[in-house]
Design a protein around this ligand. Structure first.
Ligand SMILES: [Zn+2]
Length: 325
């Protein structure tokens, strides 16, 4: 089942008290999103359960290309528990589970509703940016705050997950008509294979290759939509895994890849700074020139970007103190 909130966009926008601010007497059709600081378009791709050491082992050539042409860490850390929903919530809210409160890892919409702290989508949307999310698991419903996403989709209550063969073509179709400033794409295959057969198994390797091909398809569509070199990608994962599970504080579960590529990104320099999954939300906002909400633990990974990019963002943010890393 496809679930959409397109219809509630205007209502959510109005609820945020911003419609009047941005309408300014112009016809609604002339409302344009604001410009970003370093880039106008950030695409965050999360590959569920992708271990950093799987990228070379299974020759994930698109991801290897992003690493070669961009910059990366293969030692980034997710939060504990290293599980899909708590981890993605930290990735997309900039705060750890103790703060966002999503410590469960299943869809419990009836009991818990959506996450209470603002997501990166809500913060960007509040500033007038166009936001979109393509989720492959039903539990992501917890991250779709009303009014925060111009478009989102994910499996409904009758199915727990989608393959990339569903999610990615939908994202590609969306990019034919829309130009989101912040887009999130979640690809599940490695996690499915890890649970079924085992992390680093033959089946897992096949799934990593499938995910890598899905990334290539997203990039082709983004090239077409935004223009080659005119958008910035952050590619990461929610957790690793070992045997047939994850969730522990074992380094194989906790260590994730974090890759920055495209507009503004450094080239060919591996990152030596410590990176945590909360930094993904902070970096996306930073690239768009949006201040982090108070209390965010995530910090922009400024080292992943060129000096000119860092300066542009600093100017956009009012010349405040440089980020720690
Ligand atoms: Zn996961």
């Amino acid at each position: 089942m496809l679930e959409r909130i397109n219809g509630s966009f205007r209502a959510g926008f109005a609820a945020l008290g911003l419609f009047a601010l941005f309408s300014g007497g112009l016809p609604e059709t002339e409302l344009a999103p604001p410009r970003g600081a370093a880039t106008d378009h950030v695409v965050v791709i999360s590959i569920d359960g992708l271990r950093p050491d799987a990228i070379d082992k299974y020759d994930a050539e698109t991801i290897q290309r992003l690493m070669r042409e961009g910059t990366y860490s293969l030692e980034a850390q997710t939060i504990f528990p290293s599980k899909t929903l708590p981890s993605h919530t930290s990735m997309l809210t900039g705060v750890p589970p103790e703060v966002h409160g999503i410590t469960f890892n299943s869809r419990q919409s009836d009991e818990h509703g959506v996450v209470e702290v603002p997501t990166v989508f809500a913060v960007a949307k509040e500033r007038g940016f166009h936001t979109a999310a393509f989720f492959s698991k039903a539990k992501f419903h917890h991250l779709a705050q009303p009014g925060s996403l111009d478009y989102w989709q994910g499996p409904g209550s009758n199915i727990s997950h989608w393959m990339a063969t569903k999610t990615v073509p939908d994202a590609v179709r969306y990019l034919k008509h829309e130009r989101p400033n912040l887009m999130f794409v979640h690809i599940g295959e490695p996690d499915y294979a890890g649970h079924a057969i085992g992390w680093m198994s033959f089946a897992y390797g096949w799934a990593v290759k499938r995910a890598d091909g899905a990334v290539a398809t997203v990039l082709e569509a983004a090239d077409e939509a935004y223009g080659r070199g005119n958008y910035t990608v952050i590619l990461t994962a929610d957790h690793g895994g070992h045997d047939r599970d994850h969730g522990s504080d074992d380094p194989r579960d906790m260590t994730i890849p974090w890759i920055a590529w495209g507009k503004g990104a450094q080239t060919g320099v591996p990152l030596s700074v410590p990176i945590r999954t909360m930094d993904t939300a902070a970096t996306a906002l930073w690239l768009l020139g949006v201040d982090r909400p108070p209390g965010w633990v995530g910090r922009p990974v400024a080292a992943a970007f060129t000096p000119a990019t860092r300066l542009a963002v600093r100017n956009a943010l009012g010349g405040g103190p440089a980020p720690v890393h």
